[in-house]
Design a protein around this ligand. Sequence first.
Ligand SMILES: [Zn+2]
Length: 250
Amino acid sequence: MTLRRTGIRIAAVALAVVLAGSAYSVLSWAAAAGAVEVRNTETAVNVATALHSVTPMRERLVALTVDDGPSPLYTPEVLALLGKYDAHATFFVIGKLAVRHPDLVRREVAQGSEVGDHTWSHPKMRLLTAAQTRDEVFRGADAVTGITGTKPPFFRPPRGELTPEVSQAAAERGIPIALWDVAVDHDLHSTPLVKASWVLDRVHPGSIILMHDGGGDRSGSMAAMEIVLRVLKSRGYRIVTLSELLRHAR
Ligand SMILES: [Zn+2]
């Protein structure tokens, strides 16, 4: 196992510890994935324990992840975009919004996308006690399961704040943690074209793209994402869920 501060590559052993008890067969998952590249993009807190991208990836596949919904304003728009480009996504929903709009969550599943846990109320994880963290992770997972009938395949902490308490709670619940390596909203105030260029300059086979369908005005992100999807398709990429990305890991 090798660990470095930046551009960390962690081997199967580290992942097996982190993902112990996950919905996946840990050993086969880790063996299939080989080394998983982890980049320190958001916080310096214990980032070595989550998935940021899957490398090496021979096929032109990227995972799209959509956080902070569901939202009556943006979720239908994202679903329409996915349909238009024959794409699927992993939606990291906020539990309290999911129970308010269960129909939107069901539409995500019906479209062929999957639904992950993004906590109950999107708190600042660094400010929570271990018990509060556990409550947020578990209530978020319960909200997803209550609507979809299945366990969320992944957990993502708000803002990528991966504290030791978050790792512990997710492991306890048996949910692997997934972050990202390219964010559409890297610069909130830039134009859709600049946002799209930012993503298209950095994306590679095995990337995990982050966008949002809630948490503020996302109209610019929607326009950017349409450009990203169109260009990725023209480059021969398929846009898939995280689970699908991992199934193709070599
Ligand atoms: Zn979020």
